[in-house]
Design a protein around this ligand. Structure first.
Ligand SMILES: [Zn+2]
Length: 193
């Protein structure tokens, strides 16, 4: 358990990011937030906090820019109607209508659900120059985007399933917009005070 206590900021590198345990785990300390010009609120948590919120697999992918083995993600073959949100902060990222079968073994989409939801960053790791995608709110590493996707955008967002939570349409539609910060991933209790 290493403890890098760095705070996550929007501009900070990216390679790390976030996402949440599927349970109802809650951050024990207040979340540090700062507003951003885009649309959403940025979530910044100490790395040690993320480590507690996430499963080991999610932490490795979201905070350490890891990649799950092709074909192992639970959402690769999901064809249900709904929304894919960030597993760390709950921000809706992709709509099922833009999901397609890429044959890569990772969930693939041809465009994000809205502007500002998925951010691009240059990734020069492994001697390659790729475009990394991170969550626009918590900076969680999602995957990479390539220019060999289908119409209408020609883009292929190749996303780790562990970075995503799936919300059936009815449940997604019931969320306020922008959705609340739900560290640890959806589903979150709505109005269950
Ligand atoms: Zn997020």
């Amino acid at each position: 358990m290493n403890r890098r206590n760095f705070l996550f900021t929007v501009v900070s590198l990216a390679a790390l990011a976030a996402c949440g345990a599927k349970d109802s785990a809650q951050a024990s300390e207040p979340i540090t937030e700062s507003t951003r010009t885009v649309t959403e609120t940025v979530v910044a948590l100490p790395d040690s906090e993320w480590e507690q919120l996430l499963t080991a697999n999610e932490y490795n992918i979201l905070r350490r820019a890891g990649t799950e083995r092709a074909g192992t993600g639970d959402l690769v073959s999901n064809h249900e109607d709904g929304v894919y949100s960030c597993a760390g902060c709950g921000l809706p990222l992709f709509d099922s209508e833009t999901k397609f079968e890429s044959g890569t073994g990772w969930p693939s989409f041809y465009q994000p659900i809205a502007d500002g939801r998925v951010e691009d960053r240059v990734d020069s790791a492994y001697g390659m120059r790729r475009t990394e995608n991170v969550c626009g709110r918590c900076g969680g590493h999602l995957g990479h985007v390539f220019n060999d996707g289908p119409r209408p955008t020609g883009q292929r967002f190749c996303i780790n399933a562990a970075s995503l939570d799936f919300l059936p349409r009815a449940q997604a539609s019931a969320l306020p917009s922008p959705p609340p910060v739900a560290l640890g991933g959806y589903p979150v209790p709505t109005a269950s005070e």
